[in-house]
Design a protein around this ligand. Structure first.
Ligand SMILES: [Zn+2]
Length: 466
């Protein structure tokens, strides 16, 4: 028995405006029903106009996946009643989608896997229903927001693989700069089909709708596959079903048992001419393609001598990869830059860098020149990153310059020796840890600014002189 999974992924394109009107598309934090117009509200007589940027973004995704671009695609009407789509139909591409074929290669459990893409097309999103105790509220802000839907062939073989595929796809979308790919914000959503194949044939599939986290994808698919396997083990018939997923309870929610296909009465959208892509447009989109993440992965490993694991962490977010390259160039050392960013800064990274790249460069350079101790530098960096205060100002405001002056260190060492005769006696009796105690005393006095290496050398000399 084999698990067979296929995905339909909906990606929200990060265009400024919606797919067929001039309304702003960044609805996430906007008050309900403030980003609407007659076109996206489906008022009679209002006519759609395609968003050129959305077409270009979808093309970028098609090219990145190696899909065949159909130069003459078209929009279709998918008719249905939905309370959050007042037009009573969705404009999508069914008969002639923008791209067909292609594939995505990714890593799962240390192995390389390739999943074929069946097709990808542009479509508009619906609004949102918000269920309250008093009833359902509707917010139309999302109506008409551009989506690209990517449909895979049923090539995935486990829930974990489906999750890893989706992660790799998100990395690609982010690097193509076409979507934030944030599942929590609904920028990346996915419907999944799962079936159990016996003797190589395809089984009856279960569909799970609207999965909106990587964890939900893996858990819901595991639950659906287990349910089917149990039916088969008991000798029962598997029927086609559609589930939702309750993440809080970790349970599948049966939505419908499907006996017949829905008739959406698709027909060519009469308000739009077919989408004709000129050779000039295609050439420009090709020329403007950002570096593909797998190409960038190879380059970062080679150019900066980083481990594949560190590079994968940096690549998860293209802003982070850019930031790394700025810092690496600024300090002239990729490994050192990666070290600071991954071990000290990453945990404060939210939407963007907590500290400007140039300020981090200055800090690393001062540590390298011995002007600031590593310990103090980490402290200041942490304060700047967690509080949002300027790193440059914190550095200027605090006495951090490392004490490396030979005479000054000698004076401090002599003071410590005079103040702690017991430690001196212990050291001379062979208890070497007493040296650490004396170093610690000087560090306390200088608030960590003494150059520890030079200091212990001087202390050793003075103690040996006796
Ligand atoms: Zn509108």
């Amino acid at each position: 028995m084999n698990v067979v999974i296929g995905l339909e992924v909906h990606v929200q394109l990060a265009t400024r405006t919606k797919l067929f009107c001039g309304c702003r598309a960044d609805y996430f934090a906007a008050p309900p029903n403030t980003l609407t117009c007659p076109v996206c509200l489906g008022m009679p007589g209002a006519l759609p106009v395609p968003n050129r940027k959305a077409v270009e973004y979808a093309l970028r995704v098609a090219l990145a996946l190696g899909a065949k671009v159909q130069k003459n695609s078209r929009f279709d009407r998918k008719n249905y009643f939905y309370p959050d789509l007042p037009k009573g139909y969705q404009i999508t591409q069914r008969e002639v989608p923008l791209g067909v074929g292609g594939s995505l290669t990714f890593h799962t459990d240390g192995e390389e896997r390739t999943v074929r893409i069946r097709e990808l097309h542009l479509e508009e999103d619906a609004g949102k229903l918000i269920h309250t105790e008093k009833g359902a509220l509707v917010d139309m802000n999302r109506c008409g927001v551009p989506l690209v839907e990517i449909v895979t062939e049923p090539d995935l073989r486990s829930p974990r693989e489906a999750r890893d595929f989706l992660r790799a796809l998100r990395t690609l979308l982010r690097h193509m700069r076409v979507s934030g790919g944030d599942m929590e914000k609904g920028e990346l959503r996915c419907d999944a089909n799962v079936s159990i194949s016996q003797d190589g044939g395809l089984g009856t599939k279960a569909e799970i709708k609207n999965l909106n986290s990587f964890r939900a994808v893996e858990r819901a698919l595991s639950a659906a596959a287990a349910r089917q396997a149990a039916l088969i083990a008991r000798g029962e018939r598997v029927v086609q079903v559609t589930y939702g997923w309750d993440e809080g309870r970790g349970e599948l929610v049966l939505q419908r048992v499907k006996e017949e296909a829905h008739d959406y009465r698709y027909f060519p959208e009469p308000d739009l001419v077919p989408l004709e892509l000129s050779s000039e447009l295609l050439a420009r989109v090709r020329a403007e393609m950002p570096e593909l993440p797998w190409a960038r992965r190879d380059r970062l490993i080679r150019q900066y001598e980083l481990s594949p694991r560190d590079v994968d962490t940096l690549l998860a977010d293209p802003e982070l990869s850019d930031y790394f390259e700025q810092v690496a160039k600024g300090v002239g050392d990729g490994r050192e830059a990666a070290n600071w960013i991954l071990s000290e800064l990453l945990r404060y990274w939210r939407e963007g860098p907590p500290v400007p790249a140039q300020e981090l460069v200055q800090l690393i350079l001062r540590v390298r020149e011995g002007k600031v101790s590593r310990t103090n530098a980490k402290e200041v960096l942490e304060e700047a990153a967690s509080s949002g205060k300027s790193l440059a100002k914190l550095l200027a405001g605090r006495a951090l310059e490392q004490v490396s002056d030979e005479a000054e260190l000698r004076r401090l060492a002599q003071e410590a020796i005079a103040a702690h005769p017991q430690a001196v006696a212990d050291f001379r009796a062979g208890k070497t840890q007493a040296l650490g105690f004396l170093v610690g005393q000087v560090m306390r006095k200088t608030k960590g600014r003494a150059n520890a290496k030079k200091l212990s050398q001087i202390l050793r000399e003075l103690l040996a002189e006796g």
